[in-house]
Structures are given as structure tokens and as C-alpha cells.
Design a protein around this ligand. Structure first.
Ligand code: IMP
Ligand code: MG
Length: 428
């Protein structure tokens, strides 16, 4: 029985949704600790294909309690929409619990996200425009609305009155936009709050009880290590802490309660949005990875930038997260390549380095040093054990494991739950 954190180890979209869906069969609780509707999990299971932004992937199992922790920012309209989508195909959301301390993405946050991005001009971050960054800005500026406020009509009225007045100054005077109507914002938020009320509770108490009862708690990160506010490629990052350290704060459990950390890597790497990306392939290789891997954003539909596996960035992720094990996803995407490259170090201004530089300018100048392996040019999608894989695919995996200094628990060879090779149990 364990508390397991699953984190994205690259720039997001590693296939955490599928890994969590697979591991959830062994868990009693699945919890999310940061991010908002900027993320998207595509879950393919026997009930169909689901694109979820807020609801944890564990929702499909009626025995699992799903928690949205205080570190998540919640767009209530979107959450209600996902609840509607699930209930319409008979998936019960009775066990979906939302932290009363989680902050709300208010109607003005997506507007501000758009305006802030436009103001950045050519230096825009390529955000998902979901209002996630502005909601976290207000949380830190101590002018946020929390779920406990959203469900309290009296408190909400006061907050909306004051906050919309403040935002209207910003919208009209600074950005030259039309003001928002206080009553309309209030009515909409009140309606959202009342409909979500049955789900709102102190989730840290719930998690504490689950841990005391020795249940398996599966904690899923959104986004990923290289998008982490502190340890990612700042300022081309998201506004929260997707790394394992964020899990304790974002759920209200002590770090001593976390037993294991599993990092999810794609067998190659992608990035959506702007920012440095040393192993990016702006050529036919990148194009082939994108088409074979279906690399288009779940949330925004944007084509993802694609490149070869970056072992330097991977080791950074292993260290920052204290990773115990890795899951390697989408190995099948590499099936047709005659040769496969891995970046083992960077060259920066003529020097060989083995770290991710803090300086954006320095990171943008890093060039990959490659190791080349022979491809396997055979289908892996029916493999259910390591031994089923072509020898060169096995070699590729053991090379990755050696380079990142971390054992591999899981390998996925397709998007269906069945297409997972279990090397070791991740719950320990
Ligand atoms: P924001 O989180 O919408 O503010 O976007 C900031 C950066 O994080 C942009 O480069 C986004 O493309 C990226 N980002 C945010 N969420 C995800 C995700 O779930 N997967 C991949 N990239 C993401
Ligand atoms: Mg995603």
C-alpha cells in the first residue's frame, strides 16, 4: 500500500493520462495537485475516448475516489461540462471531491490571459489561453476566489463586486476593453458554485484518512518538469509546480507521506508552445514523429514540436523529482525509423555540459551531442512483455534506463490500456 506520485518528466503530453488510467486499477484514491484546464488527458478505454481537463483519469472506476486538490485552479464551467460528459455515458461522479481551498478561474482570467499574451507580442509564451496563469497570479497576489467562496452566495457577492471593479479598471483603462457586468459575473458564478457544492470538501482530511487506512493513493501531475515554474525553462513555463515537490503542497499532505515517484517519458520528446528545445527536429523526422505519434495538443489542437529523446533534460527530471522509476510511452511511434538518436550531453559555447542551464539565453545556445542506435523497423504494438520486443527496441530501452539512471516500470506501445508492458509494479 503506497502513495505514488506520477509526474511528467519532459514538456508535457508524455501520456500520463494513459499511465494513470492503467495504475488506477490498483488505487483507491486518485488525486490531482496543480494546473487547471491548460492540461488535457486523453483516456482511451472500453467505454470510449475521453478528453478530460480537470477530472482525474480514475473517474471511470466506481470504486475510486477522485480528488482535485487545493493546488489546482478550477474553471467551474469546464468542470461542470466534464461532469455532464461523464454522466451522459453513465460514469458516476459521486466520488469526485474538490478542495474547498482550490482557487477558481474566474470569467475575467481567460480574458486577461489573452490580453497578456497579446501584450507580450513576439515574445508570447504560447499559453493555452485558459486563464490558468492569471488565476495563479491572483492566488499569489491574495485576491483570488476559492471554492469555499464560490459556494457561499453572500461571500461570493462581496468578492465579485470588489474584484470585478478592480479588473474592470485594468480592462478599460489599461487594455481599452469593455468592462464586465458585476451582476452577470455573480449570477454565473453563483450558479456554478451551487451546482458544484456537493463535491466541495476539505480534501486534505479525506487524503489523510485514506493514507491512515493504508489505501493506495495515486497522485497525478499535470504538465511536466520542464514546464515547472521553478525548475522548467522559465519564463516559458506554466504557473504551477508540476514536479513531485508540488504534490505535498497542492494536496495538503506531508512530504513524508509520499512513498514513490514515477516519471513519465515519451520514447522521444515533444513541446507545445514557445521556448528552447535542444533536440527539436524541424525536418522530416519531426514531421514523421508528429504524424505517427498524433502529436497535436489535446487542449488547443496545436501541432506539437517534436524531437529525439533528451537524456540531459531527463536526468534533470529524475533528480528534481527524486524519481524512483520511469514509464516510457509511445515506443511504437519509433517502430519505422532505421536509426534513432538520443541526446546524451549538450555543447554550450564549445564546452560539453551535462545540465540544464538556468539562463534562457544559454539554454537556447545548447546543441545536442548525439548517440545513434539502430532502429528495429518492426511493429511493437502487440508486445506485452519486454521479451516480446525486437532486440533493438530492448536495447533502446536499456540504453535510456542507463542514461537516466532510473529503472523502467512500464512501457506503452499503443494508446489502449492493454498496450502496456508491465516490468515492475509501481506501487511497490
Ligand atoms: P499555460 O499553462 O496555459 O499558462 O501555458 C504555459 C506554457 O505551458 C505554454 O507553453 C503551454 O503550451 C504549456 N502547457 C501548459 N499546459 C500544458 C500541457 O498540459 N501539456 C503541454 N504543454 C502545456
Ligand atoms: Mg496533455
Amino acid at each position: 500500500m503506497a502513495v505514488l506520485v506520477v509526474v511528467g518528466a519532459q514538456w508535457g503530453d508524455e501520456g500520463k493520462g494513459g499511465v494513470v488510467d492503467h495504475l488506477a486499477t490498483q488505487a483507491q484514491v486518485v488525486a490531482r495537485y496543480q494546473g487547471g484546464t491548460n492540461t488535457g488527458h486523453t483516456v482511451v478505454n472500453d467505454r470510449g475516448t475521453f478528453r478530460l481537463h480537470l477530472v482525474p483519469a480514475g473517474i471511470f472506476d466506481p470504486e475510486i475516489t477522485c480528488v482535485i486538490g487545493s493546488g489546482v485552479v478550477i474553471d467551474p464551467g469546464e468542470l461542470l461540462e466534464e461532469i455532464g460528459q461523464l454522466t451522459s455515458v453513465g460514469v458516476s461522479v459521486e466520488r469526485l471531491m474538490v478542495s474547498d481551498r482550490a482557487h477558481v478561474v474566474m470569467p475575467y482570467h481567460p480574458i486577461l490571459d489573452r490580453l497578456e499574451e497579446a501584450e507580450r507580442g513576439a515574445a508570447n509564451l504560447g499559453t493555452t489561453l485558459r486563464g490558468v496563469g492569471p488565476a495563479y497570479e491572483d492566488k499569489v497576489a491574495r485576491c483570488g476566489v476559492r471554492m469555499c467562496d464560490l459556494i457561499d452566495e453572500v461571500v461570493l457577492r462581496e468578492q465579485v463586486k470588489e474584484l470585478v471593479a478592480r479588473k474592470n479598471k485594468l480592462l478599460t483603462v489599461y487594455y481599452g476593453q469593455a468592462p464586465l457586468n458585476v451582476d452577470e459575473v455573480y449570477e454565473q458564478c453563483r450558479d456554478y458554485g451551487q451546482r458544484l457544492k456537493p463535491h466541495v470538501t476539505d480534501t486534505s482530511v479525506l487524503l489523510h484518512k485514506a493514507i491512515c487506512h493504508h489505501q493506495n493513493v495515486l497522485i497525478e501531475g499535470a504538465q511536466a518538469t520542464l514546464l515547472d515554474l521553478d525548475y522548467g525553462t522559465y519564463p516559458y513555463v506554466t504557473s504551477s509546480s508540476p514536479t513531485a515537490g508540488g504534490a505535498a503542497a497542492g494536496l495538503g499532505i506531508g512530504p513524508t507521506r509520499i512513498d514513490r515517484v514515477l516519471g513519465v517519458f515519451k520514447a522521444y520528446i515533444t513541446r507545445v508552445g514557445a521556448g528552447p528545445f535542444p533536440t527539436e527536429q524541424i525536418n522530416e523526422i519531426g514531421q514523421e514523429l508528429r504524424e505517427r505519434g498524433g502529436e497535436y495538443g489535446t487542449t488547443t489542437g496545436r501541432p506539437r514540436r517534436c524531437g529525439w529523446f533528451d537524456a540531459v533534460a531527463a536526468r534533470h527530471a529524475v533528480r528534481i523529482n527524486g524519481m524512483d522509476a520511469a514509464a516510457i510511452t509511445k515506443l511504437d511511434v519509433l517502430d519505422d525509423f532505421p536509426s534513432i538518436h538520443i541526446c546524451t550531453a549538450y555543447r554550450l559555447d564549445g564546452e560539453v555540459i551535462d545540465y540544464v542551464p538556468a539562463s534562457l539565453a544559454a539554454y537556447s545556445r545548447c546543441e545536442p551531442i548525439w548517440e545513434t542506435l539502430a532502429g528495429w523497423q518492426a511493429s511493437t504494438s502487440d508486445a506485452r512483455s519486454l521479451a516480446d520486443l525486437p532486440v533493438n527496441a530492448q536495447r533502446y530501452l536499456s540504453c535510456l534506463s542507463d542514461l537516466i539512471g532510473c529503472p523502467i516500470d512500464l512501457v506503452s506501445v499503443g494508446s489502449h490500456r492493454r498496450q502496456t508492458i508491465v516490468v515492475r509494479s509501481s506501487f511497490g
